[in-house]
Ligand binder design. Sequence first.
Ligand code: ZN
Length: 323
Amino acid sequence: MSKVKYYYDSESLSYKKIERKKGTTFTYAFVFTLAAALFGFIFVFLASQFVESPKERALKRELQNAQLQFELLNKKMEKTELVLANIANRDNNIYRVYFEANPIPEEQRTAGFGGVNRYQSLEGFDNSKLIIESNKRLDIIQKQLVVQSKSLDEIAKLAEDKEKLLAAIPAIQPVSNQDLTRMASGYGFRSDPFTKVRKMHWGMDFTAPKGSPIYASGDGIVERADNTASGYGNHIRIDHGYGYVSLYAHLFKYNVRKNQKVKRGDIIGFVGSTGRSEAPHLHYEIFKDGERIDPINFYYGSLTAEEFNEMLEHASLENQSLD
Ligand SMILES: [Zn+2]
């Protein structure tokens, strides 16, 4: 039971009961609750400024962890950059030099992305700087990889071409050493076997028994295999591409037809003495861009150093050619 309160009424000279309105009680209760709640809020707010909640501590730990992970990622990227720089260096200074391609400029390899801001969506956060820097770094690494990969594609193509060129160059002796009686005459001024007049001998003569096999000295296509060029008798011309043509004259027999593809070392015909020839031998010429050049410079690979020296001595003798 609540206390009953009285007051003294001076007019009626008696004590009267104080009647309390119901609304007033409610208002008191409301104000009290409001004040308590407000005080509570202020207290919790102030406390939260100095004391971390368990949830906050967990989030903070997570953030620190994320930062640490980002730093580790950056370290890995740094290593990747070093490896890439090493490859780029080898690419520019060895591979591209070897295949006579221009080096790729540094700016082109390490350029970022211009134009629109690709990192806008990453702005406005506590870690924006770290995240944007990491993204930029990775983007550059990616771009470097694309540039490097393209460069290596180009190198592979050049290497393939070079291999084709090396296979095409007429680089072996067209008659094997065991069949070779002697290297009769070299490129240069020689006395003509028929007129005895000193004149230019445009090829090399290899004496060998009639019927000895003649080998294609490089990959190519048989341009002609006939006897309609004066003096050469039965002869073969092979177009090797890259400006190289080789010619084999005075053949006894053919082993190839016109337009046939041949590989270095294929037997294309047999030694004879047809045309303007004094004895069975192979007359061999090499053309580069339409000009006849000395075949002696092309035998690397098929001769030993001694054999080459011997051939060089023979070839330089101003003897009589077999034509
Ligand atoms: Zn000759």
